[in-house]
Ligand binder design. Structure first.
Ligand code: HEM
Length: 184
């Protein structure tokens, strides 16, 4: 929601897609999501820039491993910084821009298959809540933006919205988002 309110053209584009596919003012149903590719791109882009779990569960290396020219000795603890991967300019063009369109023509998926986008982790300890989350996030977000018009509290201009983050076990917005809904 914060990124959508910071980037009103993206919000408008998502609302337009929803209006065309399910009709303005309606709640999104799980079956609608497959027909809402832009909404799905928004979810990917939000999880790329703001992964709620910024470090994966630590892994321990069971035997010496050679990886990309590095030797990782047996017994090492490996911490995977998903937050940094999502902002790596060697992988993403203009990584700090919120640009859901980067996923339009892309096959990159967030189910742990493409290591540049692993907000749910990967492998044996991948998040078991993934199937629930990837169904519920677009339903909840899509319903919020399709049934209400939104503006920032206190007349804050979109560009001035404070997006600072607070690191903890999960990543949170340092300043809570204050947004005002009016019925669509
Ligand atoms: C946006 C939503 C969510 C995100 C981004 C997320 C992300 C993650 C990540 C990154 C991990 C660590 C995976 C790894 O180290 O490879 C994890 C683990 C876990 N998640 Fe989630 N999660 C989400 C929602 C959920 C939900 C809805 C549930 C439960 C209903 C859940 C339950 C768990 C559990 C139990 C683990 C530990 C799994 C293990 O250690 O074997 N998560 N999650």
């Amino acid at each position: 929601m914060a990124e959508l309110l910071k980037n009103p053209h993206t919000l408008e584009k998502a609302q337009k897609e929803l209006a065309q596919v399910i009709g303005r003012g309606k709640l999104v149903d799980e079956v609608d999501v497959a027909q809402l590719p832009y909404l799905q791109c928004i979810v990917k882009e939000a999880l790329r820039l703001h992964p709620p779990v910024s470090f994966l569960i630590p892994r321990k290396v069971e035997e010496d491993v050679e990886l990309c020219g590095y030797t990782i000795p047996k017994g090492s603890q490996v911490l995977v910084n998903v937050w940094a991967i999502g902002r790596d300019s060697g992988i993403w063009e203009n990584p700090l821009d919120f640009k859901p369109e980067r996923f339009w023509e892309s096959e990159i998926d967030l189910r742990g298959r493409d290591f540049e986008l692993i907000p749910f982790g990967a492998g044996r300890r991948i998040c078991p809540g993934l199937p629930l989350a990837i169904r519920m996030i677009p339903v909840a977000l899509g319903s919020l933006i399709n049934t209400f018009n939104w503006k920032l509290h206190g007349g804050i201009a979109p560009n001035d919205l404070d997006m600072e983050e607070k690191f903890g076990i999960t990543l949170a917005k340092a300043q809570p988002l204050l947004a005002i809904p009016t019925p669509a």
